[in-house]
Each structure stands twice: as C-alpha cells, then as structure tokens.
Design a protein around this ligand. Structure first.
Ligand SMILES: Nc1nc2c(ncn2[C@@H]2O[C@H](COP(=O)(O)OP(=O)(O)O)[C@@H](O)[C@H]2O)c(=O)[nH]1
Ligand SMILES: [Mg+2]
Length: 349
C-alpha cells in the first residue's frame, strides 16, 4: 500500500543528495538525460562505496571531512517535486509543511559530510513520519476487554463511518479477534436504515457463532444498542450503525443519541483508505459532532497511495487501531507506527 509514497520519498532523497554532488563536480548535462545519468551515478556510487571499504581508515576519514552546504535553490527545486507527489498520494498539507520545516531546519546552510547527506535526508523524513503516526496514544482493545471483564463489565464499542467503508465487515473481524482471546462478543444491529444491513450482520453472527441483537428496519438504533448492552453473558458489545453518504444533521443526531444511550468505552471510526482527502474531512466531522477515540483504516489492500493514513492521524489526533487489509475475518492488522514507518523507509536509519 505504501509503494507510491515509498517511491516519492526515495526519489526525493536520491535527487537531493545527487544534485548536491553534481554541482560540486561541475558536471553539465541536459535535463532529459538527467535520469539516466543519475542511474549511472548511483551505480558508480555503489562501486565507490565498496572500494571505500577496502581503503584505510585515514583515507575514509579524509573523505568524510569533505563537507558541503545545501543551497536554498537546490532544496526548493526538489521539494516542489516531492510536494506534488505527496499531494497526489493523499498526504495533507500540514504534513507536507512539517516535512519541509524539518528538512529545512536540519539541512539548509548546515555543513554536512557529503557521504552522509542521503542518509540524513532519509532520517529526517522517517523521523517526521514516525512522530506523526506515534503521537496519539495507542489502545489495545483485547487488553481493555480483558481488564473490563476482570472488573465484571463488558467493553462497549460504538462503530461509526460512511456507508460502504467497511463497518459491518470490520465488526465481524473484531468479533473474530475477541473470540480468539476467549472473549464473548455480542453484535448490535443498530443500522436499521439501510436495506439488508441487518441480514448482513446476522450472516456474520451466524458464521462466527456469536449473538446478534436486532430489531425491525426503521426501529430506533438507540433501542437496539440499549438491548445489546443489557444482554447477558457477554464481554464485548459491538454496535454497528448506519452511515449514509451524506453526513447530514439527521444522521449525526441519530448517532449522538446511540452514543448517549450506549455510553461506549470507545467510539471508533471505520474509514476506507481509498477515500483519501474525503476521509480526512469525514473523520474531522465525525470527531467534531460525535467524538471519536480511534480509527480503523480499511481497504489498505486496494489503496496504492498510503497518504490517507498520515493525513487522518494528523487531522484528528486519534490513533489508528487497526488496518483492514482484505475481506477475510483475519484481515485485520494491529497498527504499529514503527512497523509502518519501516515499511515506507526501510529498516535502517
Ligand atoms: N478489499 C477490502 N474490502 C473491504 C475491506 N473492508 C471492507 N471491505 C468491503 O467493503 C464493502 C463494504 O463493507 P461493509 O462492511 O458492508 O461497509 P459498511 O457499509 O460500512 O458497513 C464490502 O464489500 C466489504 O467486503 C478491506 O479491508 N479490504
Ligand atoms: Mg454496514
């Protein structure tokens, strides 16, 4: 899912450090052969690096001392290219600004060993992304459910989101996860609005062999949630809700009422990664009107951009709890900021 983002960052890192060296060596070349030239350059760089290993320590040190300064002009030229790629990859403007500020602060006008430049740029980009993703405090749902069970109560989760983003399937995935930890979920079919919504949840409940609390279509969703909370022998209540395409005042009032009645421990937004900047706007709205505690980002298996992940965390200040990466019950990955950052930038820093 992070391929495009990964490429954009990598290209920028290489270009910026490559440009730096070209200027120093005073090599003149036409822009159209620039790419080819850079490829060759990378190859010769690699050869050089291998040869360097054979050299003595003194020679190596002498090379490292060759320090350089990056000019504003060089930086701007390449950052504007990165900026466009990031926008196209659904990375929101405040994040782009943060990346720029951090790079400028650590690179512009500073003397750096030439050989370290590429590594330094990558390190700044990686650290910025990690900081954004790891800022909101992570919540472990299974752990929380176990603690609640020990204290004699059930964990109540209210699931919200736009229609079609994956709420119902994600509830089934969560139920599966809780079952595996010997916790007993109850599903509440509080989407009494959309045709077939109750049957869809009933089908999952059947397959997973968990209890379903449902009323008729058109019934009050808050009443369904209330009945689920009263159900006996349960450790977790998962409340499915309606999410129409237009997030109007009626829907928000309906959801606010469910929340007031159910008093959930956590309100979780389910949003699809492919919605990009729309998802960011929707997440902000849900957070403002209802209040959310965390996000489950679905359909990352069909999202080749990856920027929504950063943008939605930055915009809401809420943690991503899981990534949904397929249509099977086990396609739910616990979110780990470090792992994701390593996926985008590679392991070494
Ligand atoms: N590829 C993929 N499809 C998903 C994922 N999550 C949900 N879906 C699909 O998205 C569609 C809508 O899901 P549904 O749970 O009905 O969304 P809801 O309207 O929010 O309840 C269904 O076809 C799901 O199978 C995911 O992580 N990956
Ligand atoms: Mg649904």
């Amino acid at each position: 899912m992070f391929d495009f983002l990964k490429k954009a960052f990598k290209k920028f890192t290489e270009q910026l450090s490559g440009e730096k060296e070209e200027k120093e060596e005073k090599v003149e070349k036409k822009p159209e052969i620039a790419e080819e030239f850079k490829k060759e350059k990378v190859e010769t760089e690699e050869k050089k690096k291998k040869e360097e290993k054979k050299e003595g320590l003194l020679e190596k040190a002498a090379k490292l001392i060759t320090e350089t300064k990056l000019s504003e002009e060089q930086f701007n030229k390449f950052f504007s290219v990165l900026e466009i790629e990031l926008i196209q990859n659904n990375v929101a403007f405040p994040i782009i600004r943060e990346l720029r500020e951090n790079l400028e602060r650590d690179l512009l006008g500073k003397s750096l060993p030439k050989a370290k430049l590429e590594e330094k740029i990558r390190e700044i980009l990686k650290q910025t992304v990690f900081d954004i993703l790891s800022k909101p405090k992570q919540v472990d749902l299974v752990d929380l459910a176990k603690k609640k069970k020990e204290s004699g109560s059930a964990l109540v989760l209210l699931i919200l989101g736009v229609n079609g983003h994956g709420k119902t399937l994600t509830i089934a995935k969560l139920a599966n996860l809780f079952i595996k930890s010997n916790l007993r979920p109850v599903l509440a079919a509080a989407d009494t609005f959309r045709a077939a919504a109750i049957e869809q949840l009933a089908e999952h409940a059947n397959r997973l062999n968990v209890r379903l609390i449902a009323h008729k279509y058109g019934a009050d969703p808050a009443a369904v949630a209330f009945d689920a909370i009263k159900a006996k022998e349960k450790d977790v209540v998962l409340i499915d809700t309606a999410g129409r395409q237009t997030l109007d005042a009626n829907l928000m009032a309906e959801l606010a009422k469910v929340k007031k009645v159910a008093k959930p421990d956590l309100t979780i937004l389910v949003g699809e990664a492919i919605a990009g900047s729309d998802l960011v706007a929707q997440a902000k709205l849900f957070n403002e009107k209802i209040g959310i505690d965390g996000i489950i980002l679905t359909k990352v298996d069909v999202d080749d951009k990856g920027g929504a992940l950063l943008s939605v965390v930055q915009a809401t200040g809420k943690p991503i709890l899981f990534l949904g990466n397929g249509q099977g019950y086990s396609d739910l990955i616990p979110f780990d900021a470090e792992e994701i950052t390593n996926k985008i930038f590679g392991n070494s820093s």
